[in-house]
Design a protein around this ligand. Structure first.
Ligand code: HEM
Length: 465
């Protein structure tokens, strides 16, 4: 199996002093690249090799880009993996030790407790709330707007998915405000690139960096707001039928214990943060790709109009949006909202004939996997028919990982996909989108995959039929 070493890597044990000097010289430009866009710091081999190991400043990272090895890693050897310290350094100040950030028995208990909340029948029950939030966006866009009709679709979708997550999580009593909450999430995520880059380069956690104070303030604000929401609900005396109500009543099926308050805050914030930003990005990239591909857009609009009913009144109608679903899947192939899955080996890991020793980093570069030249024909081409049932069935399950895989697969996958379908079926029959600039915008890694500089498009109401 090929063992790739990129420009940042030197022959092990050959000339340690010269290697250290070369690394030190490369450090400023590597740091700048990582801060600009971590994806650009990946070695180019991740797009055409199965396994790639890099070394820098003595730290090794193995990138796993081969479906069989991904299965072996994330499923068969899941027990030998732990959270990557750099991700914890980036996320734990805000998310504490919730389902996304915890490990071992603490994770298992929380996951078991929360899993029933995301069952398909529960998700179905949230469709009317999703449809109402999408309709609110439609009304907002029809009412008034900038004279030239140009809107940044990313914050618009953030607002829509935030409304949905608030409606489904904390319906009724929410005083969570979208703008300050969104600003705090932006401030927080904005500085995580520093935390990740410094951590990957082995710098101590205490080292100051730009945005650190604003990030800490944002984390404090987010946690306090969510803690107040939980307290308001407790004061009401009855838990309610939304996700917070379910969380409050949830018991670990093995121990019978409810979640302690600290875990409630960790997980509610995790669901809000992990749930609304990623889904908004999936929608934003999808709308931009549709603007680029009018023939695909026409089929999506026809499918939505063909429903002949409103998902708010008939949640089962969502099942009939099969082509729209293919479009969202293909958009998430090219622009996976979570472009990188990271782990640390807690014990030695075997990948084919290679051993990744305990303590080393092992990453699945999802963005590269989805554009891998050995897996996909014409990987850069947007083609929703790749996800037509017969073509999808012939592909390895582990070639496509927008929601991860194995025991830590995204708990909100069904919720997110349903939400995308409801929002697209509500907005696309009412509007077409005209990009202000030709060509797809560049992307930028900010834990999630954001369009650099936003996603400005002219929102044009369609003629009412
Ligand atoms: C398009 C939208 C979404 C995408 C692309 C996405 C993607 C992912 C991915 C790739 C993972 C696995 C991370 C890893 O293995 O390290 C994950 C985990 C997770 N996601 Fe999502 N997600 C989305 C929506 C949601 C929603 C709506 C929620 C909840 C309301 C949610 C909650 C979580 C949680 C709690 C985890 C951690 C699961 C665990 O470690 O057991 N996500 N997500």
């Amino acid at each position: 199996m090929p063992f790739v070493e990129t420009f940042r890597i030197c022959e092990p044990g050959k000339a340690p002093f010269r290697d250290a000097v070369a690394d030190a010289v490369a450090l400023p430009s590597l740091l700048a690249t990582m801060l600009r866009n971590l994806i650009e710091a990946w070695p180019p081999e991740v797009y055409d090799r199965p396994l790639v190991t890099t070394r820098f400043l003595g730290q090794r990272t193995t990138y796993v880009c081969d479906p069989a090895s991904i299965r072996s890693l994330l499923v068969d050897q899941a027990e030998a993996l732990e959270r990557e310290p750099f991700m914890l350094r980036a996320l734990a100040p805000a998310l504490g030790s919730g389902i996304l950030t915890a490990d071992g028995s603490h994770w298992r208990g929380q996951r078991r407790t929360a899993a029933p909340m995301f069952r398909p029948d529960r998700v179905r029950g949230f469709v009317p709330a999703m449809a109402r939030a999408a309709q609110a966006t439609r009304s907002r866009w029809l009412r008034a707007g900038p004279p030239d009709g140009v809107r940044d679709i990313l914050p618009e979708m953030m607002r829509t998915t935030f409304d949905i997550i608030v409606a489904t999580m904390v319906s009724g009593d929410s005083q969570l405000e979208v703008e300050p909450f969104g600003r705090a999430i932006d401030a927080y995520l904005g500085q995580t690139s520093w935390k990740i880059a410094l951590s990957m380069l082995g710098a101590p956690a205490r080292i100051p960096h730009p945005g650190a104070r604003a990030g800490a303030r944002a984390a404090g604000y987010l946690r306090a707001e969510v803690a107040r929401t939980v307290a308001r609900r407790r004061a009401r005396g009855e838990p309610g039928a939304d996700l917070l109500g379910l969380l409050l009543q949830a018991e670990d099926p093995e121990t019978g214990r409810p979640l302690p308050d600290e875990s409630l805050v960790d997980n509610l914030l995790t669901f809000v943060a992990a749930g609304h930003e990623t889904t908004a990005l999936a929608l934003t990239w999808t709308l931009r790709l549709l603007a680029e591909h009018p023939e695909v857009e026409r089929r999506v609009v026809a499918e939505a109009r063909g429903l002949g009913t409103d998902p708010a009144a008939d949640p089962e109608a969502v099942d009939r949006l099969a082509y729209t679903r293919q479009v969202v899947m293909e958009a998430m192939r090219l622009y996976p909202p979570a472009p990188l899955i990271v782990r640390r080996a807690a014990a030695d890991i075997r990948l084919g004939d290679r051993i990744v020793p305990a303590g080393q980093s092992v990453h699945v570069p999802v963005y590269a996997l989805h554009r891998h030249r050995r897996i996909w024909d014409e990987p850069e081409v947007f083609d929703p028919d790749r996800f037509a049932p017969e073509r999808a069935a012939s592909r390895d399950r582990y070639a496509y990982l927008p929601f991860g895989a194995g025991p830590r697969v995204c708990i909100g996958m069904g919720l997110a996909l349903t939400e995308c379908l409801v929002v697209l079926a509500t907005l696309l029959p009412a509007f077409r989108f005209v990009p202000t600039r030709p060509g797809m915008p560049a992307n930028q890694f900010r834990v999630t995959l954001r369009p650099k500089g936003g996603m400005k498009m002219k929102v044009v109401p369609r003629d009412v039929r």
